[in-house]
Design a protein around this ligand. Sequence first.
Ligand SMILES: Cc1cc2nc3c(=O)[nH]c(=O)nc-3n(C[C@H](O)[C@H](O)[C@H](O)COP(=O)(O)OP(=O)(O)OC[C@H]3O[C@@H](n4cnc5c(N)ncnc54)[C@H](O)[C@@H]3O)c2cc1C
Length: 411
Amino acid sequence: MSPPVVIVGASLGGLRSAEALRRCGYAGPITVFGDEPHAPYNRPPLSKDVLGGEVTHAAVAFPQRAATSDVEWRLGTRIRSADLEQRSIRTTDGEEVRYRALVVATGLRPKRLSPRTATLAGAFALRTLDDAAALRNALHPGVQVVIAGSGFVGCEVAATARQLGCEVTVVGSAELPMLGPLGSALAEDVMRRHVERGVRFRMGTHVAEALGQEAVEGVRLADGSEVACQVLVEAIGSLHNTEWLDGNDVNAAQGLRTDSAMRVLRADGSSWRDVFAVGDVARFPNAIYGDEPASIEHWNIPTETAKRASRILALQLAEDPRLDAAIAERFAPVPSFWSDQYDMSLLAYGLPALADRVELLAGKAGGDCVYGYFVGDRMVGVCGIGMRSEVLKHRDEVSRYGHVPIGEPAR
Ligand SMILES: Cc1cc2nc3c(=O)[nH]c(=O)nc-3n(C[C@H](O)[C@H](O)[C@H](O)COP(=O)(O)OP(=O)(O)OC[C@H]3O[C@@H](n4cnc5c(N)ncnc54)[C@H](O)[C@@H]3O)c2cc1C
């Protein structure tokens, strides 16, 4: 029997890859390795409703589909290294596993303020179910919480902690929370809604260090001031989980570089035929943005990239003559993200952070509203509070951002 297709990473990207391989007709063996002990689960609720309620696997587990019931799940097993020339990977226990093709779906892990905070009682990062369970146990009414980082995860945890009765201070280096992805008008509005509910902000600075020997007692900010707290949540960004590929001919700076078929690239730009990357770990060219490689860390991207990679891989394994045509197809997944904070539901398409101009398209600033984000006269993103159907109306326009009809000069 030929070796399996091996997927490393048992989360959204890994699960969707296995499902899509079956849907595309690949019937051979599939083995999925995941270092977490849990079957694949959904991360977004871990900073929202689930963090505010009971953190259990059942509350976030993805349904297991019949098509993947014969997939071998090697959970609680970390991959330490890979030899892409030899088509093999090695677990931390030293077991060597050979593969027919490899799908890298190892995602991200949170950056920490320092090695010390990774072991300091009361300091938390939030990526996994176990992280969320530990944080939930610490969020009691009246507890002082400092959140380092004012991006999506930081603001969502702030809202949830506040609703649980904690005293919350958010520390962010930008002028406004979520400024990059939202632009100043919407970011100001989001901040106002937090402040109305009692969240304090210390913007334009950052947490320089955590105070306390055995447990967190506070933080010192870059401006020298101190804020007392018993809980510190570090939401300061992420790192790509690619170290296990070190020593191989790949480009893993700021995400694992792939071609538009999601095949991992060598340093010289040629593609590994049998190594793919999907989800948050991948840095891939997206035709919407002129094929500029980017790592897009939104929930819909693992699914879109898994579908793309699995289709190409299934055709390749079947030696299907349609493979070259499939590889040449335009790959242009529209990034989408949402965020729930209090009664506020944000929904966005595209990459608003690229915009040089923002315009109110519908609704009222301060209430339910939709903003368009433009580069020149091209809409690069749309984002709304509420007004879902109004936001959706602009999805197609956003998807055409970089589409330049033949004969028209590229900008
Ligand atoms: C708290 C939180 C809230 C979020 N909210 C939103 C939201 O509202 N909207 C939105 O669009 N997106 C949101 N996201 C982002 C979204 O969840 C991610 O885009 C998605 O989980 C990425 O899936 P992935 O499979 O690519 O990677 P991951 O989910 O990171 O999974 C990678 C898996 O691989 C494992 N792994 C890593 N290295 C190894 C190894 N060497 N061996 C074996 N296994 C390994 C990891 O432990 C992990 O289980 C949120 C993320 C978090 C953490």
